[in-house]
Design a protein around this ligand. Structure first.
Ligand code: NAP
Length: 251
């Protein structure tokens, strides 16, 4: 099923994991996709090649969302690619498993810079382009939260959980702010999803190890999150805004 829009979606962190699955699924629904990545140019290039092999349109743009300059450059590249219709604030990091009394200021600042400030700055740039207040045609912003926002992740990464709690508040507030300007804003709270993010926390097998705690007794896949995201991006979700959807097997 192809959308009539043919508009551009930016997926930050689109090179791997949930972002990769989202980029491919969005291209399948007719979006021109800007695949953001932090450092893995090969992975981003593979996503672009896969989309192009299915007659889709995509470009890869290096963008560390912890850098405002990178974010400005990302949106300029998107402007040259077409009219922005959607943003998926997917890029996110965890730190190594740690208690709060062991965390450095640098770790916490980097967590907030990437997961919170980066998402808000990307949304700022998207609103400037999509809001009818600024002459735009409207659009959709999807933020990646986490069930960690509800669980708090004690003894693991409370800083990460707090960053996702901020994303939940941001989603509700921004959604209200731009609801009359043609922009819908929603968040997904994934549960334990099988991606490489767990290896970045020092525990590649974390999702599978904890899967017994999930009511559905299994981890989720990146595609299962991407399916929810592309539904929220679509007109089928036309009355959904300031909403947060758990995609977590019940966790
Ligand atoms: P992942 O497999 O670790 O992939 C991370 C992606 O983000 C990669 O494309 C990476 O780019 C990019 N990235 C990392 N740091 C970045 C930065 N500073 N600026 C821009 N891009 C950056 O992660 P994932 O599991 O797919 O997670 C995606 C989102 O879902 C995150 O917001 C995460 O918090 C959230 N989430 C994940 C889970 C889960 O269980 N996996 C659960 C709840 C929420 P490179 O390829 O260039 O490194």
């Amino acid at each position: 099923m192809h959308s009539l829009t043919d508009r551009v979606v930016i997926v930050t962190g689109g090179s791997r994991g949930i972002g990769r699955a989202t980029a491919i699924a969005a291209a399948g629904r007719g979006f021109r996709v800007v695949v953001g990545y932090a450092s893995n140019a090969a992975a981003a290039g593979e996503v672009v090649a896969k989309i192009e092999a299915s007659n889709g349109k995509a470009i890869a743009v290096k963008c560390d969302v912890g850098s405002e300059d990178d974010i400005i450059a990302l949106f300029k590249a998107a402007d040259a690619f077409g009219t922005l219709g959607a943003l998926v604030n997917n890029a996110g990091i965890v730190g190594p498993t740690s208690r709060v009394d062991e965390m450095s200021a640098e770790r916490i600042q980097r967590m907030m810079a990437v997961n919170v400030t980066g998402s808000i700055l990307c949304a700022r740039e998207a609103v400037k382009r999509m809001s009818t207040r600024h002459g735009g045609n409207g659009g959709v912003i999807i933020n990646l939260s986490s069930v960690a926002a509800k669980l708090g992740s004690p003894n693991t990464y409370v800083d990460y959980a707090a960053s996702k709690g901020a994303i939940d508040s941001f989603t509700v507030g921004l959604g209200h702010e731009v609801a009359g300007e043609g922009i819908r804003v929603a968040a997904i709270r994934p549960g334990l999803i099988d991606t490489e993010i767990h290896a970045s926390g020092g525990e590649p097998d974390r999702a599978h190890r904890l899967s017994h705690m999930v009511p559905m007794k299994r981890v989720g896949t990146a595609d299962e999150i991407a399916n929810a995201i592309v539904w929220l991006l679509s007109d089928e979700a036309s009355y959904v805004t300031s909403a947060i959807l758990d995609v977590s097997g019940g966790r």
